[in-house]
Ligand binder design. Structure first.
Ligand code: UDP
Length: 372
């Protein structure tokens, strides 16, 4: 340990980005990862059938940050890819985010066009609105559409995804707005894509640096993390680091069910959300993301549930009481001035990949003395 200037815990996108920034500035970095692979939940690999899958659920890179895009582009080429999603509603594939195409499919061309006109007039200059804005609109016609969209697209899916926390986290549904045009892309960011050879390859390239040593299958105990004298960047769960001293922070986890089928394509969309039926939330078919074509195809069903100790924490559950509990861990962490918290788990926030990378660039920059 003596030979390292920095200890980084977690080889997901946040830890590897920070490791790279520090290493390029001449710091000798030790990166500890408790799993036996790098990449965190963005890890992808070939399955037994030779199909490239994302082991912990669909990850699609999208950002408006040129800085993040340029940084990651040093480590990968991109497959141009724009994610498109449909909800299975009455056995029809309705595009999500709900947009004018979805409107026309649901209400017919004539009524759909009238409603579209109404929405355009109600929200001049807006590209999208949240379903909550629509639900609160003064015109009853608009409220009726909003109620339909809410019931059909959001209500059951959100209950499946968040369980008993659904009411607390309703604001997360704003991640998926109602789009006031026929633009049916899931993300509207300027840069979108999938690393040409996968996320694991991109992250592996980031770690290829003479100043970075990676140790896999290595759990960073409090003893190691809190006693290291140099810079520590911790990207794991904070409650675990402090031995659950104030009680466990809740997380939602996912049970993943992969199926490989003897057809070249299972569904017309990369992801189909089951917003009305089924216990799983969505089915993702990887060939759409990766561009791999074969006579077989692999799909993934996601079943959300509350995480128990030892499960993979996928989503933080943010409400006032839980954030206050997190605040106790944060205060404990702040007693260690060389300990920096980074990423979805350590910061207990619902960050997208680009946000995580951006935060890592900022933190790394600060640590090497670059102004934000
Ligand atoms: N959501 C929904 N229906 C959908 C898609 C999303 O109700 O068809 C809600 C749900 O509460 C979900 C949230 O919007 O947790 C955010 O969705 P997103 O697709 O961004 O989730 P992620 O891909 O991060 O799991």
């Amino acid at each position: 340990m003596v030979k390292y200037d920095a200890l980084i815990v977690g080889a997901g996108l946040s830890g590897t980005t920070a490791a790279r920034v520090l290493a390029e500035n001449g710091s000798r970095v030790l990166l500890l990862e408790k799993r036996t692979h790098i990449g965190g939940n963005a890890y992808d690999c070939l399955n037994n059938y030779g199909i490239l899958i994302q082991k912990y659920g669909p990850h699609i890179f999208h950002t408006n940050s040129k800085r993040v895009y340029d940084f990651l582009s040093r480590f990968t080429q991109w497959r141009n890819y724009e994610h498109r999603v449909a909800a299975m509603v009455d056995e029809m594939y309705i595009p999500v985010p709900f947009n004018f195409t979805s409107l026309f499919m649901t209400f017919g061309k004539e009524d759909g066009a009238k409603i579209a006109q109404k929405l355009t007039t109600a929200y001049p200059g807006r590209e999208s609105v949240t379903v909550f804005e629509l639900l609160a609109h003064q015109e009853s016609d608009i409220r009726k559409i909003a109620e339909y969209v809410y019931k059909t697209i959001f209500e059951k899916y959100t209950r499946k995804q968040w369980g008993k926390y659904s009411e607390d986290v309703l604001s997360v549904t704003a991640r998926v707005p109602v789009v006031l045009s026929h633009d049916d892309r899931y993300f509207h960011d300027r840069y979108q894509g999938i690393p040409l050879y996968g996320f694991t390859n991109m992250i592996g390239n980031m770690l290829e640096h003479e100043n970075i040593d990676v140790s896999l299958g290595h759990t960073a105990t409090a003893d190691i993390v809190l006693n290291f004298s140099g810079t520590v960047i911790y990207t794991g769960a904070l409650d675990e680091l402090f031995n659950f001293e104030f009680g466990a922070l809740p997380y939602r986890t996912l049970d993943f069910e992969f199926e490989t089928l003897p057809v070249s394509q299972f569904q017309p969309y990369a992801t189909v959300n089951y917003t009305q039926s089924e216990d799983f939330t969505r089915i993702t078919e990887f060939r759409h993301l990766t561009g791999q074509s074969a006579e077989i195809t692999t799909i993934l069903k996601e079943y959300p549930r509350d995480a128990k100790k030892g499960d993979i924490p996928c989503y933080s559950v943010n409400n006032a009481a839980i954030d206050a509990l997190y605040g106790k861990y944060l205060a404990a962490a702040q007693k260690f001035p060389n300990l920096h918290l980074l990423g979805r788990l350590a910061e207990y926030k619902y960050y997208n990949m680009d946000a995580v990378c951006e935060r890592a660039l900022l933190l790394g920059g600060r640590l090497i003395g670059v102004k934000d």
